[in-house]
Design a protein around this ligand. Sequence first.
Ligand code: C2O
Ligand code: CU
Ligand code: CU
Length: 382
Amino acid sequence: MVAHRNDLSVPVAVHLHGGHTPADSDGYPTDLIEPGGRRDSTYPMRQRAATLWYHDHRMDFTGQQVYRGLAGFHLVTDDEQDALGLPSGERDIPLMITDRSFGEDGSFSYPASHHGAGVDDAHMEGVLGDVVLVNGAPWPVLEVAAARYRLRLLNASSARRYRLGLDPARTPLAQIASDGGLLEKPIEHSTVLLAPGERCEVVVDFSAFKPDTDVTLRNGLGSGGTADVMRFRITGRGGDDSRIPQQLSQIEPLSADRAVRTRTWTFRRALNDEHPVWRLDGRAFDPERIDADVRLGEIEVWRFQSDLHHPVHVHLDPFQVLSRRNQGPGPHDKGWKDTVDLAPSESVDVAVRFRDYPGRYLLHCHNLEHEDMGMMAAFRTI
Ligand code: C2O
Ligand code: CU
Ligand code: CU
């Protein structure tokens, strides 16, 4: 149980992203904690070790409230993971990546529309900043020993996607986990792609670099102030008894032939009184409406279709990516995912299975401005 007290002057709704959480504690957008109020949330944590995060989910205001800082990490551990010998303690580093713009006085500048909720038509694509912050600091520098580190990368930006890589690229990013925890086997990447809401955990062996040198974490999709993310400064040799086992975990495959049905969810733009708006299946989110009933324990194939880029997130339980454009899963689709990045005009099939907790949950685009404009739907587990 976690008690959230709201000392702000605006209402909030707290969602644990990636949490296997009973519905009344999942932070439904209308489950508000009013200013001065308090709400107790139950987080049973009957789930695998994984890098979760919590953030505001208030109806129509998620983008601007997360922008102003209402987001944080929530790390789940378990014995399976602790026994692996992965880098730990000071060498296990959560990195929350966001992009922000600042006013002349150093305040966050979010282009909120004049009626307070959401953004204006000029920000249909979502709000992009021109400075990258890691754990709240612009382009920080972290001193590291010449040893292996576990980096828990989280893209907590509103709308920006990143392609992260080291410069110089002397050693690979060994991915060990994704949204829903450990992969079966590590995967070596030269760069990792991260859409809003996604997590990717990598082990980097900084002993590949000379002491007293700097290594930059770069964003291959950025330019100017968004091309660099942070730097690592190699201080010296450090003892290192960590390892990356070739077998990290076991994952039960949710195969499509066990699925009881296929549901299609379409993420596209529409016009509302000549104003462009973002819609899921052509409808705006209505907190009173249930868009689908799903039976607990059953496997379903959910087919996500896009017009442009949309990172699609499902609450309650992680899923597995089955295919992209009728091909196999992409290089960043392995393991248990709770957010999957759709490219323009793409169709991605995932297998979902909700284990328990009957109630009302969400799926939505995790571009936070798209979400605030109504690109969200509610499903009910029964
Ligand atoms: Cu990270 Cu429904 O949210
Ligand atoms: Cu979530
Ligand atoms: Cu979107």
